[in-house]
Design a protein around this ligand. Structure first.
Ligand code: GDP
Length: 179
């Protein structure tokens, strides 16, 4: 069984905990529970015929602003940078965090998610700032933990990219040899 660690990274209140809860337990709560320290959730899924267990590390409450502790990132196969579409500063913070996380983890797959797509009319994040992500060749998704929009796709995409990078994809010679 393949097991992969994925870190949820982003500032307070962007929806890290909510995205994991939606994906793992199919629930959403409007109650605000500040996560202190690290929360780890587990979800099994099948990616292109391959069973994989994702260990989802919710790195919240690390620091009020933008710190993530390298010790919590260690061993991560990929990460999700979460921003809140209603607060553009959270996207700037996520971009800033990307640099720090990449410095700790190296070149592992990551996806930006701009959460709270259900509040689109209240968004501060502009099309121009999304375009700047594309220009850097960074993948991003507009999602909502509240409605579930794009949440499954977010985790499946990342898992797929991780498997491709670490195992050369399900159809690789290595996997065939292990089958
Ligand atoms: P975290 O600090 O990044 O883990 O953020 P939380 O998951 O605790 O979410 C912060 C607040 O935003 C909570 O009140 C959530 O109910 C709310 N929230 C999270 N995701 C969404 C979303 O997609 N849409 C809306 N409308 N609210 C959300």
């Amino acid at each position: 069984m393949i097991q992969k660690k994925i870190c949820m990274v982003g500032t307070f209140g962007v929806g890290k905990t909510s995205l994991v809860a939606r994906f793992v337990r199919s629930i959403f709560s409007d109650k605000y529970h500040t996560t202190i320290g690290v929360k780890i959730d587990k979800k099994q899924l099948v990616v292109e015929g391959q069973e994989v267990t994702l260990m989802l590390w919710d790195l919240a409450g690390e620091d009020a602003v933008t710190q993530v502790r390298p010790v919590h990132l260690r061993g991560a196969a990929g990460y999700i940078l979460v921003a809140d579409g209603t607060r553009s500063a959270t996207l700037d913070a996520a971009i800033d965090l990307q640099e720090r996380v990449a410095a700790a983890l190296g070149d592992v797959p990551f996806i930006f998610v701009i959460n709270k797509a259900d509040l689109r009319e209240e968004w501060q994040v502009t099309d121009a700032s999304l375009e700047s992500l594309s220009q850097r060749d960074w993948s991003y998704l507009l999602a909502s933990a509240k409605t579930g929009e794009k949440v499954e796709q977010l985790f499946l995409d990342l898992a797929g990219r991780i498997l491709k990078q670490t195992h050369g994809g399900p159809a690789s010679a290595l996997d065939a040899a292990n089958a």
